[in-house]
Design a protein around this ligand. Structure first.
Ligand code: FAD
Length: 437
């Protein structure tokens, strides 16, 4: 086989599919290549798919806020039907606890005001009324229950209330969101090749020529985009571009746990997405009246960096289950803790400062949308728009390294400086260095 495309996109996860859709809309003949059998089967399939704006930087908040509107407008944005149906945007709103002292909500609120994100301030009374199952105790330093005999001891301090954003929530089915984007891309003439592993990025004189597959097939293209999720560093090494980058990416193992809602409470219907910085967890409603619990990466939790993203322990561990579920039980005292663990394990593609890289590279025609650090599902369509603008501008001769591209967003009209996401930036000291970005 010797095929040609205007742009090859490595990966058909939610971000790879969104970039393809946006490029196809700009008349690029796109080809997504994925080694898995269909779109969204990589890390996207296990995403918690939470859509919230509570990032640590102006740029992070602005991009995520723009994302709200794509999910809200999904059917019109795609402009096609999918025989599997379209995702539902579950707009529960987000609760971010306001804690005594310096906390994430104060940082975030400043950006909400500057950017115009709709929010409400809830005092403890309002919080009680909205979420009667939450305790308002504020705990001390975050610890692990199997290492701390005083794990459930209270400090006597109470949380101050919550910063609530009504526009946020989660996407019902992250894998389906990629499929929806695949169908929309195909309707614009884009193609997808599955069960096909890329083993070489072919190049000549500092320019990309195309890719080679494990079966020897060569596909030519002047544009190749690395959207390989947790395999991003493997692809960058294959292309020989990793060394020149100041910010790099690595794969990090992560567990997400599922527990039943307390008896008599319908968390699936009445629950909110909640960021509980005091317990370093986030949680949201899940089908089957279940609570899904993720971690906000506290320093006391061991980090398991994975050298080979095709080979890691994909079973829930007793110790991390206890850490996340017991932390949730401090916030929801009536939580029933099942004796059998339940949840998923997958990999984050983490950058050195937990902020993604949306950029070109030193190799002409080779681009990357990587380092999504467990927090870019929500931004996939915005990233699609920004990457398509960036690729198109660079292919037409724009020097993005010397003069970082500014991209005007579609719904909010905000201007995003793509230099913020440069592979050559310094580590951003304002990052939370966690999933909060
Ligand atoms: C457990 C978990 C929870 C998360 N929760 C949230 C959340 O609540 N909110 C949020 O905003 N974000 C969240 N994220 C992050 C978000 O899901 C990811 O940023 C997003 O799904 C990444 O999409 P992607 O298209 O870049 O990568 P992926 O979906 O990983 O797709 C990459 C694709 O590349 C393919 N590939 C790799 N190497 C090759 C090769 N050599 N040849 C061919 N194909 C290749 C893979 O098969 C894969 O399908 C979470 C992530 C995880 C893991």
């Amino acid at each position: 086989m010797n095929r040609k495309a205007d742009a090859i996109i490595i990966g058909a996860g939610v971000i790879g599919s969104a970039i393809a859709f946006e490029l196809a809309k700009r008349n690029y003949k796109t080809l997504n290549i994925d080694k898995l059998p269909t779109s969204g089967y990589g890390s996207t399939s296990n995403s918690c798919a939470i859509v919230r704006a509570s990032y640590s930087t102006w740029d992070g908040v602005a991009m995520a806020y723009e994302g709200f509107f794509y999910w809200d407008d999904w059917a019109d944005y795609l402009g096609v039907e999918d025989e599997r149906g379209l995702i539902k945007y579950m707009k529960t709103g987000s609760i971010l606890f306001k804690l005594q002292g310096e906390d994430h909500s104060k940082k975030v609120l400043k950006f909400y005001k500057e950017i115009g994100v709709e929010y409400e301030i809830w005092d403890v009374e309002k919080l009680k009324q909205k979420m009667p199952i939450y305790s308002h105790d504020q705990y001390g330093e975050i610890t692990r229950p199997d290492e701390d005999d005083h794990f459930f001891d209270k400090t006597g301090n109470k949380i101050e209330g919550a910063l609530f954003t009504p526009g946020s929530g989660y996407v019902s089915d992250p894998q389906l969101s990629s499929h929806n984007l695949q169908v929309a891309t195909e309707a614009k003439g884009g193609e997808f090749l599955f069960d096909s592993e890329i083993t070489e990025i072919r190049q000549e004189n500092g320019k990309v020529l195309g890719v080679t597959l494990s079966n020897g097939d060569q596909i030519d293209s002047a544009v190749v985009v690395n959207v390989a999720g947790p395999h991003s560093f493997v692809i960058n090494r294959m292309a020989g571009v990793e060394k020149e980058m100041n910010i790099k990416t690595k794969a990090l193992r992560h567990e997400v746990h599922h527990v039943p809602s307390p008896d008599g409470y319908d968390f699936e219907k009445d629950g909110f997405h909640t960021s509980d910085g005091n317990n370093a967890i986030y949680f949201r409603p899940e089908t089957g009246n279940t609570i899904l619990i993720g971690s906000e990466d506290p320093k006391c939790d061991p980090q398991e960096w994975i050298a080979d993203p095709d080979n890691y322990n994909n079973q829930i561990t007793e110790s991390q289950w206890k850490a996340q579920v017991y932390r949730c039980a401090r916030r929801i005292p009536d939580l029933k803790i099942p004796s059998r663990t339940r949840g998923i394990v997958d990999l984050y593609d983490v950058s050195d400062d937990w902020i993604p890289i949306y950029d070109k590279s030193a190799l002409g025609g080779f681009y990357m949308a990587i380092g999504s650090s467990g927090n870019q599902f929500k931004n996939a369509p915005v990233a699609g728009h920004c990457m398509a603008e960036l690729i198109d501008a660079c292919e037409k001769g724009h020097d993005h390294d010397a003069d970082p591209l500014k991209v005007k967003t579609v719904y909010t009209g905000l201007e995003l400086n793509m230099g913020f996401y440069s592979r050559n930036r310094e580590i951003n000291p304002n990052s939370s260095f966690s999933v909060n970005g």
